[in-house]
Ligand binder design. Structure first.
Ligand SMILES: Nc1ncnc2c1ncn2[C@@H]1O[C@H](COP(=O)(O)OP(=O)(O)OP(=O)(O)O)[C@@H](O)[C@H]1O
Ligand SMILES: [Mg+2]
Length: 215
């Protein structure tokens, strides 16, 4: 059986990752591509336990290194128990955030050394990288406005404020230039416009899976 494709959706808060994941999933359904949409912790028991500390316990002060390793503790279980089995079974995996988030948030955002973060990420994932990472780029203010309208409680990252978010966005843009298999899609348009561009990108980048006649 052919291995499934692994696609990561990335971007700052309110960029529209989850919205685009849902639109992409509907398109894959119409193409008959077996897939799953995941978001860390992805239902792993280790990941759920970690999540309750790293995102929800906003009262806990912690060093950036602790934050990094908590995320990566979750990532290791997610890769081992969710992503690799799905890919091996021939399913395409759409991950709502993955390794680029760690580089952007804990590297550029928190200021940890990027090469050290990269090595820690590789240790956690056993070297697994997406076939394609899509970075949804939106100005920080626009993303925050969208989220505010959504009305959810801010998590640890969302409480960090504008200068942190700006470092994260600049980091993503730098990473999109230097990391392999990362493409930028502007996320300032309507959800449908952004999704159109996602379709075009996938057909261009992964034509074996995503067919032109269906765009
Ligand atoms: N292109 C868009 N234009 C306007 N609003 C949008 C667009 N995409 C998503 N939204 C809205 O903005 C809010 C945030 O979108 P979404 O949850 O998809 O972002 P996200 O990147 O997953 O955010 P988070 O980082 O919090 O997970 C939602 O209320 C959503 O309906
Ligand atoms: Mg989301």
């Amino acid at each position: 059986m052919a291995r499934g494709r692994f696609i990561a959706l990335e971007g700052g808060e309110g960029a529209g990752k989850s919205t685009q994941a849902a639109l992409l999933s509907a398109w894959l359904d119409s193409l008959g591509v077996p897939h799953l949409v995941t978001r860390e912790p992805g239902g792993t028991p280790v990941g759920e336990a970690v999540r309750s500390v790293v995102l929800e316990r906003t009262d806990l002060e912690m060093p950036a290194q602790s934050e990094l390793f908590l995320y990566l503790a979750s990532r290791a279980a997610f890769v081992d128990q969710v992503v690799r089995p799905a890919l091996a079974a021939g399913r395409t995996v759409i991950a709502d955030r993955f390794n680029l988030s760690t580089m952007a948030y804990q590297g550029y955002g928190r200021g940890l050394d990027l090469e050290e973060v990269r090595r820690a990420v590789a240790l956690a994932t056993g070297g697994l990288e997406p076939d394609l990472t899509i970075f949804f780029d939106v100005p920080v203010g626009q993303g925050v406005d969208r989220q505010r309208k959504g009305g959810l409680e801010p998590d640890r990252m969302e409480r960090e404020g504008a200068s942190f978010m700006q470092r994260v966005r600049d980091g993503y843009l730098a990473l999109a230039r230097t990391e392999p298999k990362v493409r930028i899609v502007s996320a300032t348009g309507s959800p449908e416009e952004v999704h159109e561009n996602v379709r075009r990108l996938l057909v261009a980048e992964l034509p074996e899976t995503f067919r032109l006649d269906t765009v």
